[in-house]
Ligand binder design. Sequence first.
Ligand code: COA
Length: 260
Amino acid sequence: MKFENLVVKQNSGIAMITINRPAKLNALNKATIEELNQAFTKLEDDSEVRVILITGAGDKAFVAGADISEFASFNAKEGAELAAQGQKKLFDTVENLKKPVIAAVNGFALGGGLELAMACHFRVASFTAKMGLPETSLGLIPGYGGTQRLAHLVGKGKAMEMIMTAGMLSADEANSWGLVNHVVEPDELTETCVNLAQKIMKNSPRAIEGAIRSINAGFKDGEDGYATEIKEFGACFGTEDFKEGTSAFLNKRKAEFKGK
Ligand code: COA
């Protein structure tokens, strides 16, 4: 896959997307959001890909936010459209992807950058990472799902504090707040994410897809997570992966899941 603002590499079932605008600290402009939509859609449909990792180019930033230069002159209608389009094309797409998406947070994850990391299924950070939603310092609020996903991840009070103060958390603070799952040395970030991806790849892709839908359902208005779980649990029984997983267990061998 060839992109102007991304580098996408695939190896042994793992795809790595690197947002590649280091001179602008990988800020998310419209073109990058468009390319990310294309990349995620293609990787979701690619049967060779089992887990997707996303990171930022360089050692300074994951993503330093939405590209401020693109929206500085917007009016209210254009602002609302920017948020709606971005949420649909990128943030909701990532959250609802059938395949696991892990954010490898390698530096500043601010504004839209933290919102992107939070839309991923989970996050691993380098100890040099800094995370925050500084939008109120620009006269804005987070518009790519940050007010919702941050509160889901860290709780309402902490989300209120982070957004009102526009402050940044260190990786260790983010870890203790439950915003990231692991904090590692910068040069161990990719390896840690690959190791997690390899553990995930031992399990049934069909079951993982159902688990993603069920967990997400509990955080969506108008959806019943328990009812979704029952439906997804039942659906597993009709899959080849279920037959393979149970027969491998009973025959004391390793399961070879095909994701069918
Ligand atoms: N949008 C557009 N450009 C951005 C950007 C963003 N969100 N974040 C950084 N950049 C650009 C800078 O304008 C600068 O470009 P230039 O060299 O052409 O002037 C380049 O990236 C490097 O950033 P700089 O500010 O010089 O780096 P720094 O080390 O001094 O500061 C940050 C790093 C992350 C603290 C600072 O860039 C920052 O506060 N960025 C904005 C964060 C933000 O508010 N995000 C939410 C947006 S809604």
